[in-house]
Every structure is written in structure tokens, then in C-alpha cells.
Design a protein around this ligand. Structure first.
Ligand code: FAD
Length: 408
């Protein structure tokens, strides 16, 4: 292993590994010989890798295009379920909206896949590439930067190692140590909610329908999965979480059924439950000198809009495109350009996600009526519905080459 790199990525989870996959085709090419290192805290392929856990992700149609461009979609396809339509409703009110793939003229509005499966496909692809050194398990301890390069000190099982790079990418999650070491601040808002996830079986075939139901204590999503299962994301108030988590399975099923209703049928069986505290965090600055922050390290969003990874993948696609076309991938002017290109999309997704959380977790009756009329209006006015659909499919605004299925 060398100690001099073009790019060092701290964090080889969903987003860090996706960046390596996006860059894969150009790594080691004679005209673009970039040397990359990944520093990852948890042993590769370990069952306890927190990024590749039991959650499921709703991948947008736009993310599918990026996975296709990365040459990975075919490996994922056998283990995904297509979302053919989305049904949005508000508990206690009449309004509802339906968005369908036929109306949007796409094969599917999105796809549901388990994080564990995505992790496996990603690691099979990028875990043993020439020109990519994996330092794992290893964590970042210190960083220092000059105009020309960033020096990082990492802690490995063999002791401390010093590495140098032109570009340092922080992809080490919401508590990013790299972000702190680079001196980048964060804005944080605790939603005082948790997401409880579980896979359930009902007595009906899901037919590719995803349900999002808003309740006064938070939204509940039923996402269609393989083997006719649903991946449930039940957002509840912080103080309810431990009680719901401790319920015996039959009581959990009853409580969920009562809160969600019977649209998806009678719940017959549930798998293991996991809970995640929910907060909004956003890095105040996406870049500093030769350091760029991506993924949850840059923006951790409420899962209500299913946009965290989809947004991060668009960041990855743009960053990869810029890295490829530049001799010095970490030049501060290049990173400033990246920031300029990505901010609009990020801000739009933050705004939509945050308003959904606040508007739909509000039980003031007037707000409830406005919400209901909003949902009815969206359902009746086709251009608005299409706009909402295009946003959730990740097809609004500027598109990177990978998103347009073009080679880098
Ligand atoms: C319940 C729930 C449902 C969700 N549903 C969706 C959805 O439907 N659609 C969607 O797009 N998004 C969804 N998301 C968001 C999505 O899961 C995240 O956006 C995504 O996992 C972020 O990946 P990441 O690689 O940035 O961070 P992480 O997954 O946190 O990975 C960080 C990596 O960095 C490593 N690391 C940490 N510290 C260090 C260190 N000091 N040194 C070295 N390595 C380190 C970790 O081991 C890990 O591998 C959901 C999130 C939740 C909680």
C-alpha cells in the first residue's frame, strides 16, 4: 500500500462504497489513473456493518439509472420489488392521492431493496479492485490540510498510519468525525420521533402498491417487498418508542393495524423490529479546502420522503463526474463548483422533507382540513401530481451524466 492517494474516502458504507462504484470504470485507466483509499471502521462483509443493516430503501427511478450506469443494476434486479403506484392518505381525513407508473410512463416509480442486499452487491463490486486500498477496520484520528494536499492519520489494528491525498471525502455518517476534524459545523433539529422498522406479511397480494399514511403521531409507510412482504416504517413519538418496541408480536400487529388501517389487508405476521431516532442534520458548508462531505455526513433526513440515499447518490454522481474530468480532484475551486451544482437539489429535498414532517405531524384541526384538501387537490390536478411524482423519482432539475445513463 502506498501512502499517497488522489482520493481518500472515509466511510465505506452505502454512500462511500457507491462513490467507489461510480468511479470504478475510470480507476486505473491509463489516461485517468486515480489512486483511491477507503478507510472503514467496521470489517468488510461483517454482519454488524451498520450501513448494510436490515432496513429497506426505496430507490428512486433516478437512482436506478445511476446504478445502471455504474453497471450494478443487473446484480440488484433479482432482489428488488418495483413500486407500481403510491397511495398517500391522512388518517382521520378523506383526502388521498394516488400516483401510478403508467401515468408517469415509467416501468416503475421506484424500487424497494434491503440495505443488506445493496451492501453485498456494492462490496462484491468494489471490495477488491486494483488501485483501491481498503484500510479496514480503521478510523480517522486527525487531519491537516495545506493548499496542495490533506494529511490524515488513521488508526488501524497494526497501529497508526499517515496518508496523504489531494481530495478527502467524508462519508462517515451522521456523526462524522471527519467533518468535525475539518472544522465543519452542523445544524441539527431533533424531531423527537423514532422510526420503527419491521417486515410484515398481510393476507393480500401487495401488487406493487406503496402506502404512505399520515397520522398525528407521525407517518407510516408500507413498502412492497419481494416474497409479497411489506417493509414497514412506522414513525412514532419518542416517548412511545420503547413501549412499541417491547410489545409482543401479536400486540404489535394489533397496534400497527389500528394505526394504519386495513388498506394493505390484515397483517398476519411480523419480522424482527429495529428502531432509529430521527433528527435532521445538515452540514453548514459542504466543502472546506480539499475536504468534501457527502451522504449522511452532509445531510441526514427524516425517512418520510425516502430521499436520504437517493439524494446522496445524486451527489455521488455529480462528484464522480467532476473528479474524472480534472487532474487535481480536490482543487478547492472544483469543490466550490460541485457545491454550486448540488445546493439547489439538496435545498429542495430538505424543504420538502421537513415540511412533510411538520405539516403531517400536526393535529390542529384546520391544518388537518388544509392537508386533506391539499391531498385532494394533488389528486385532482394532474400536472401537480406529476410534479410530485417527478420529484420523488429524482427526475427534477439538473441531471448528472450518470443519471442520464452517459459514460463519465
Ligand atoms: C428507517 C430509515 C429508512 C430509510 N429509508 C430510506 C429510503 O427509503 N430511501 C432513501 O433514499 N434513504 C432512506 N434512508 C436513508 C439512508 O439509509 C441513508 O441516507 C444512508 O444509509 C446513508 O449512508 P451513508 O453511507 O452516508 O452513512 P452510513 O450508513 O451511516 O455509513 C457510514 C459509514 O462510515 C463508517 N464510519 C463511521 N465512522 C467512521 C470513522 N470515524 N472512520 C471510518 N469509518 C467510519 C461506518 O462504519 C459506515 O460504514 C432511511 C434511513 C432510515 C434511518
Amino acid at each position: 500500500m502506498s501512502d499517497q492517494y488522489d482520493i481518500i474516502i472515509i466511510g465505506g458504507g452505502m454512500v462511500g462504497a457507491s462513490l467507489v462504484a461510480a468511479l470504478k470504470k475510470i480507476i486505473g485507466e491509463s489516461h485517468n489513473n486515480k489512486k483511491i483509499a477507503v478507510v472503514e471502521a467496521v470489517p468488510v462483509n461483517s454482519e454488524s456493518q451498520p450501513s448494510f443493516d436490515d432496513r429497506s430503501i426505496a430507490l428512486s427511478y433516478g437512482s436506478r439509472r445511476i446504478w445502471e450506469s455504474m453497471g450494478l443494476w443487473a446484480s440488484l434486479a433479482p432482489e428488488i420489488e418495483a413500486i407500481k403506484s403510491i397511495h398517500v392518505s391522512d388518517r382521520g381525513h378523506l383526502g388521498a392521492t394516488r400516483i401510478t407508473h403508467t401515468e408517469e410512463k415509467v416501468e416503475a416509480l421506484g424500487y424497494v431493496v434491503e440495505n443488506r442486499v445493496m451492501g453485498r452487491v456494492l462490496m462484491d463490486e468494489v471490495g477488491s479492485l486494483n488501485h483501491v486500498d481498503w484500510y479496514c477496520p480503521a478510523t480517522i484520528e486527525a487531519l491537516e490540510q495545506t493548499e496542495q494536499q490533506v494529511s490524515v492519520q488513521i488508526k488501524t489494528e497494526q497501529g497508526e498510519i499517515n496518508l496523504k491525498t489531494k481530495l478527502l471525502v467524508a462519508a462517515d455518517g451522521v456523526l462524522s468525525v471527519t467533518r468535525q476534524l475539518a472544522g465543519l459545523g452542523v445544524k441539527r433539529e431533533d424531531y423527537k420521533q423514532s422510526a420503527i422498522i419491521a417486515n410484515v406479511l398481510t393476507d393480500q397480494k401487495h401488487q406493487g402498491i406503496a402506502y404512505e399514511r399520515f397520522t398525528t403521531s407521525g407517518p407510516i409507510a408500507f413498502l412492497p417487498m419481494t416474497e409479497n412482504r411489506y417493509s414497514v416504517v412506522w414513525t412514532c413519538r419518542e416517548e412511545e418508542t420503547s413501549r412499541i418496541m417491547q410489545l409482543p408480536d401479536d400486540e404489535f400487529i394489533n397496534a400497527l393495524q389500528q394505526r394504519f388501517g386495513f388498506r394493505a389487508g390484515v397483517i398476519e405476521k411480523t419480522g424482527e423490529r429495529f428502531s432509529y431516532p430521527l433528527a435532521y442534520t445538515e452540514t453548514e458548508q459542504l466543502t472546506k479546502g480539499r475536504v468534501v462531505v457527502i451522504g449522511n455526513a452532509a445531510h441526514a433526513l427524516h425517512p418520510v420522503s425516502g430521499q436520504g440515499y437517493n439524494l446522496a447518490l445524486r451527489d455521488v454522481a455529480e462528484l464522480a463526474e467532476m473528479i474524472v474530468s480534472n487532474e487535481d480532484p480536490g482543487h478547492p475551486l472544483l469543490l466550490a463548483e460541485y457545491r454550486g451544482k448540488r445546493l439547489k437539489d439538496m435545498r429542495r429535498v430538505y424543504r420538502i422533507t421537513d415540511s412533510m414532517v411538520k405539516l403531517f405531524s400536526n393535529n390542529i384541526s384546520l391544518v388537518g382540513h388544509l392537508r386533506a384538501s391539499g391531498l385532494i387537490a394533488v389528486n385532482l390536478i394532474s400536472p401537480i401530481r406529476s410534479l410530485v411524482a417527478r420529484q420523488s423519482m429524482g427526475l427534477l432539475g439538473r441531471m448528472s451524466k450518470l443519471q442520464r445513463r452517459l459514460p463519465l
